[in-house]
Design a protein around this ligand. Sequence first.
Ligand code: AHG
Ligand code: MN
Ligand code: MN
Length: 342
Amino acid sequence: MASVLYPRETIITIERHILEEQKFHPEATGVLTSLLYDIALVGKYIANKTTRASFADILGTTKDINVQGEQVMKLDELADHTIYKLNEHTGRIAVMASEEQADIIQIPDKYPTGKYVLLYDPLDGSSNIDVNAPIGTIFSIHRRKSESGPGTLSDCLQPGHNMVVGGYIIYGSSTMMVYTSGKGTHGFTLDPYLGEFLLTHPNIKIPEKPKYYSVNQGYQKYWSEGIKRFTNYLQGLEGDNKPLSSRYIGSLVADFHRNLLSGGIFYYPPDTKDPKLPTGKLRLLYEAAPLSFVCEQAGGYASNGKQRILDIVPESLHQRVPLYIGNRELVEKAEEYIRKFG
Ligand code: AHG
Ligand code: MN
Ligand code: MN
């Protein structure tokens, strides 16, 4: 007789988990719960497209250059449009902003606005799309500050410590959604046959002993003295620590995710490579802030080298920041080197 596999553990879908978390918020109306479930649907939808990208003629570039001055990939555009279309009509959102769009994204007049603000990097790691390396979607949710009607730019320009939910979806060898609503960081793996995200990584804690450092070391000649010496430290060339292994995919979500589970630090420091980008290329609202919330809730820390990322008050939608994120002790070491050597 064919053997039957019985699950050993309780099976918790993301929907169930979100509902359970809602119990911590007696004032909750269920809107946030539904919004998070919409994001999980975004993940399923984009995962479905990315896995078939080669067949569906959606690899490669569009002819457009985005607001960041970067080449737009077909999947960037598809992911951006998908997130918009899944959220514009639900009545849960006041306003959105995307890494791919110059201005805030308003809800069409024919639909009601809601109380939340959704910020997203629709597809992170675009340069990896055509070579089948992991990519991701990063999102954050804030409460609107404006009272009612169309959301505003200042609804979007809130410091990370106001965030209600931060998270990402990684499209790798499996698809995972990782999020925090301020009660720990939790990871769910998409079972493609069930079409459900199931809780596989409850209450993630970044391991105390770091294993990896992740940085684009090809740009070393453009770094400051402090960054160079901090990197020496990670390599065991100064100080008394053993060298860490180096890992760099060039997909923030994937690099961050690996270090979250294995321990380590990711950094994208300022460099002099491009005078237009003196603070490095990562974006505060769409990349740095949401991952910082996830990281802190897993016991880690994130800084721009001088201050906590979650305390930075954004001045513009597409503002860029240096990012040092991972084990607290290593991020604080980076701050120390920057303080001493610049
Ligand atoms: P995006 O694809 O959303 O524009 O982000 C790309 C980012 C990030 O994912 C990654 O960490 C970084 O670019 C890699 O940049 P370098 O190639 O300069 O190392
Ligand atoms: Mn990105
Ligand atoms: Mn992107």
